[in-house]
Ligand binder design. Structure first.
Ligand SMILES: [Ca+2]
Ligand SMILES: [Ca+2]
Ligand SMILES: [Ca+2]
Length: 448
């Protein structure tokens, strides 16, 4: 308990010294241009091999008791030369920083850490950016909010990419103290300093915080159109997409701003770059099943007042086959039965054709179109209905085919059924598909 008292007193003292208003600094845009984002622009590939997802790093600790110095030490794992480059190697010795100020620092051994904290005085979006200085170290960035009631640091965001990559995180902060750790996952460098930079935004889009793949907006398998903005030069907007089957992905980033210019970068689940796409151009890439990340960012200029529009949709491989799981019907008829001409689905007037669509190699095809055609005996009426497959290739297509003539009979134990045998065909993109059924019992009536 004594340690806790000392830690909080020291913290209060530090806070008292710095009387800078973060909201004033939030209006400034100075300094960010000093941090070039080391992302080479490669054209979007046309076809990508599937990638094995490696185990990612474990996420940072959720809670750290601020006053527990021994726990903080083991987290940082620093035992020597703390004072050579400053003493802020634990949460209790965190250094107070201001937004929009470049903070250089060193980590002197693998596993080491540097701690900082910042006072946020109103509800603002807090962005923290870490440039590692050299490419042969892997430093990570974590943001904690101080819970003043429990003196606990509660993790609210992190960024943990691989060696040589910058780290970026954001958080919709409420007023309070936020602690930032720079930790060495691999390597250390006492020659080239890392640089930490924070900024505060009072206006931002509805998908924030989404500044890195770990906090990407997850769009699942559905196509989408997203309108967002870049609210500071460091802002990045990340979206996660998932493909259940190999698909062509259509990408477009529309931006009408004369002042801001944006770029898409596409990444696989291992954060390997698959290429980039400049704004206002159409991109298409064939991707294997898996999850991917779309990153929108501003290489040099941004315009907070003009939103951009990101459109993503999918074009599947050709459907060649359908498997019918069930046809449901009105008029109290149902079932896959045999009226003496082989087993067929027995149907009435209003039916729902359910099944799944596949490509030539047997992969289910999501977001595809299946057309069902039926020809009845009454007036030789042809009924054709289009339906869509869901992300897993399943479809459920309602059809109103009307009455049957009753050209065939089936003498059952208590009644005689009158029905037609009518063809059913399946098509996609005007090509007939292989199907496990080709005709139906179209029920007319029965007589006891
Ligand atoms: Ca890293
Ligand atoms: Ca944004
Ligand atoms: Ca963002």
């Amino acid at each position: 308990m004594k340690l806790k008292f000392v830690g909080m007193a020291a913290l209060a003292l530090s806070i008292g010294i710095a009387g800078i208003s973060p909201s004033a600094l939030a209006q400034s845009s100075s300094g960010t241009a000093a941090f070039p984002k080391n992302q080479p622009l490669n054209p979007l590939s046309t076809h990508v091999q599937s990638a094995t997802v490696h185990n990612s790093k474990s996420t940072p600790a959720q809670n750290i008791p601020l006053s527990n110095r021994s726990a903080a030490r083991s987290l940082a794992a620093v035992t020597a030369t703390d004072s050579t480059y400053g003493s802020n190697t634990s949460p209790d010795t965190a250094e107070l920083i201001s937004a929009n100020t470049t903070i250089p620092g060193y980590i002197d051994q693998q596993g080491g850490a540097r701690w900082y904290y910042i006072n946020v005085t109103s509800s603002l979006k807090l962005t923290a950016f870490l440039s590692t200085g050299t490419s042969n170290v892997d430093y990570d960035l974590t943001l904690y909010r101080l819970n003043p009631t429990t003196s606990t640091l509660e993790q609210v965001s992190y960024s943990a990419k691989g060696a040589g990559q910058y780290e970026l995180l954001s958080h919709l902060a409420t007023s309070g103290y936020y602690f930032i750790s720079v930790t060495s996952y691999q390597g250390a460098d006492t020659t080239n300093p890392f640089t930490l930079f924070t900024t505060l935004s009072d206006s931002y889009d509805q998908n924030e915080p989404d500044d890195n793949p770990f906090f990407a907006k997850d769009r699942g398998t559905a196509p989408f159109i997203s309108q967002q903005n870049i609210d500071n030069l460091l802002d990045e907007d990340w979206t996660k997409i998932t493909l259940n089957a190999q698909s062509k992905v259509n990408l477009r980033l529309n931006n009408t701003s004369a002042n801001g210019s944006y770029v898409i970068q596409l990444w696989n689940a291992n954060l390997q770059n698959l290429g980039s796409l400049t704004q206002n151009t159409d991109g298409q890439i064939t991707l294997p099943a898996g999850s991917y990340y779309i990153q929108v960012y501003a290489p040099s200029t941004f315009d907070i007042s003009t939103p951009y529009t990101l459109s993503v949709n999918y074009q599947s491989a050709a459907i060649t086959r359908v498997a019918i799981s069930e046809i449901t019907s009105d008029r109290g008829v149902q079932g896959f039965i045999d009226y003496g001409y082989g087993k067929k689905w027995r149907i009435g007037y209003n039916i729902v054709v359910k099944g799944r669509a596949f490509d030539a190699t047997g992969n289910p095809i999501g977001n595809g179109i299946v057309t069902v055609g039926v020809q009845t005996r009454v007036g030789n009426k042809t009924v054709v209905v289009n339906g869509n497959t869901d992300s897993l290739g399943y479809f459920s297509i309602p059809m109103d085919i009307g009455p049957a003539a009753g050209q065939y009979t089936y003498r059952g134990p208590v009644s005689t059924h009158y029905f037609d045998i009518i063809p059913i065909v399946f098509l996609s993109n005007n090509k007939q598909l292989n199907a496990d059924i080709n005709s139906l019992y179209h029920y007319a009536y029965s007589i006891n």
